[in-house]
Design a protein around this ligand. Structure first.
Ligand SMILES: [Zn+2]
Length: 97
């Protein structure tokens, strides 16, 4: 059976152990999806946010229970900022006479 690419949104009530799709009852695998992946977003978040996806080991159904996680930055990134400093106009009047 091919792995499902569809992600079903689930809300956890008392217990989330049994796959609603196939009835497998020994819990789920987890995976992470980068929420910024595929988006052409000019404003980069300083931290990437990942959706935690539960995957049924039996039937491959994927479930989103609303978990969102971030990870510590493994390396500090150099953030390029636009230099908005204005040229000090005082220098233009120096020695005007
Ligand atoms: Zn299942």
């Amino acid at each position: 059976m091919p792995v499902s690419t569809e992600i079903t949104t689930l809300s956890i009530e008392d217990d989330l152990r049994i796959c609603p799709s196939c009835g497998y009852e020994y819990g789920f695998h987890t995976s992470f999806i980068n929420m910024n992946a595929g988006k052409d977003n000019p404003v980069r978040c300083t931290r990437e946010v990942f959706r935690v996806i539960l995957i049924c080991p039996e039937c491959g159904a994927r479930y989103d229970v609303g978990w969102r996680v971030t990870f510590a930055e493994p390396v500090s990134k150099v953030v390029k900022t636009t230099d908005l400093r204005q040229v000090c106009t005082d220098t233009l009047f120096k020695g005007g006479q």
